[in-house]
Design a protein around this ligand. Structure first.
Ligand code: FAS
Ligand code: PHB
Length: 398
């Protein structure tokens, strides 16, 4: 079969937050790229996932001229509430670290990124199949794929492996090169979207004897909620009535606060894992986002890390194309991993502090409660939550 040969400077595999933000960052730098995506546009735009944008993520989207709808529809949050023993405790980001976060669904960010890419004629090919990476350890890597039944080969200078945890990029790196660090948690999250106006302005992370629950939101009319559930949970065992009953039990507070109940419009179960691959690059292939690391969503870091990775990558590529210097690209992995591991630590710590651990004894549980009491009653303790939650600084390549 004839192979259609094309070329670009940076080939990007995956049109999630990592791949799409990288494409816009490169476009703004005058560096050509092509984004190859396995699924169709509506699937990618409909994937309901993260909800909290760090200040750094908001700044990057605004600097790219892609923040209009986010500024209109996003919800600025000045803090969160940590709940235990039936009481909620406010952690005030603004007072403690002078920053805020924005609640705006990942799927809304993706819609804005794709719309912006089309307006700027940044090529995104959806429904690509049989993607394979070649000569990634040489100076002329390429990506082969089929699209609408035709075979293609995209020659490029560099490849952005932005294809998530189950993508082809990480497995394209030869055996023995990568060191994998992983922890799988003994529970998952059952998440719902409900057509119910949020019953308060801020998120509530609740540690209850029955298990963890999270009250979040998407808009003035849509509430987002999660509850800790067993791994391998079959969603068929959780009809809407059972989900609401359990959420109301776990989130109940002495002051009578409770989420508003409404029609559930989306339900899913997400396993929880911490995962890091080192290094995050091999030859001219650079892994970014979930292709390189996974965090439990308790710290609201997943999507934000994906975007900070590609910010660093874009700076390294800019240095290369401006000055022919590889020093930024050579530092990509070490720079990203320093911030990734701090986000891993925070996400693990929030998860360990807030969830009921199946193997915990009474001492462990009382120690957990003491930790929650400390971080919500000590300014130093609350500040460590605040500065990690709003996002640690992104170190530049130079
Ligand atoms: P993504 O997985 O978003 O994107 C990768 C893209 O690559 C996908 O579009 C995929 O279709 C494509 N792809 C895969 N293989 C390919 C191939 N061979 N060829 C071409 N394309 C390919 N984070 C939070 O902060 N809070 C949350 O509540 C939260 N909930 C989550 C729920 C679920 C079910 C999952 C899976 C993740 C959740 N996350 C959450 C984490 C999530 O937000 C990720 O961190 C974020 O999507 C990472 O973005 P990317 O790295 O771009 O990867
Ligand atoms: C969400 O709104 O989806 C969300 C918020 C905070 C988290 C995880 C998910 O830690």
């Amino acid at each position: 079969m004839e192979v259609i040969r094309t070329q670009t400077q940076v080939g990007i595999v995956g049109a999630g937050p990592a791949g799409l933000v990288l494409a816009h960052l490169l476009h703004a730098l005058g560096i050509s790229c092509v984004v190859l995506e396995a699924r169709d546009r509506s699937y990618v735009e409909g994937r309901v996932r993260a909800g909290v944008l760090e200040q750094g993520t908001v700044d990057i989207l605004n600097e790219l001229g892609l923040g209009d709808r986010m500024r209109r529809e996003g919800l600025t949050h000045h803090g969160v509430e940590i709940g235990f023993n039936g009481r909620r405790h406010h952690v005030d980001f603004e007072k403690l670290v002078g920053k805020t976060v924005t609640v705006y669904g990942q799927h809304e960010v993706v819609k804005d990124l794709i719309a912006g890419a089309h307006a700027r004629h940044i090529p995104i090919l959806f429904d690509v199949e049989n993607v394979s990476l070649h000569d990634i350890d040489g100076s002329a890597p390429s990506i082969r794929y089929t699209h609408h039944g035709l075979s293609h080969e995209l020659s490029c200078d560099f490849i952005g492996g932005c294809d998530g945890f189950h993508g082809v990029s990480r497995p394209s790196i030869p055996e023995g090169v990568l060191k994998i660090y992983e922890r799988v948690y003994p529970f998952s999250w059952l998440g719902i979207l409900a057509e119910a106006p949020p019953s308060q302005d801020e998120l509530v992370y609740m540690h209850s004897d029955r298990g963890f629950a999270l009250f979040s939101m998407r808009s003035p009319t849509v509430t987002r909620l999660y509850l800790q559930c067993a791994n391998e949970t079959d969603i068929a065992d959780w009809p809407d009535e059972r989900v609401w009953a359990e959420l109301l039990l776990r989130l109940q507070c002495e002051d009578g606060w409770a989420p508003h109940v409404g029609q559930i419009i989306q339900k899913s179960v997400t396993p929880m894992r911490s995962f890091v691959t080192e290094p995050m690059q091999y030859g001219r292939l650079f892994l970014a986002g979930d292709a390189a690391h996974i965090v439990p969503p308790t710290g609201a870091k997943g999507m934000n890390l994906a975007i900070s990775d590609v910010k660093v990558l874009s700076e390294g590529l800019s240095l290369y194309y401006r000055e022919g210097a590889m020093r930024g690209l050579d530092r990509y992995s070490s720079l990203c991993l320093r911030r990734v591991w701090k986000a891993q630590r925070f996400s693990w710590w929030m998860t360990s502090m807030l969830h009921r651990m199946p193997d915990a004894n009474d001492f462990d549980h009382r120690r957990q409660l003491a930790e929650l009491d400390y971080v919500t009653s000590s300014e130093a303790g609350a500040r460590t939550i605040a500065e990690n939650y709003v996002g640690l600084p992104i170190e530049g390549v130079d």
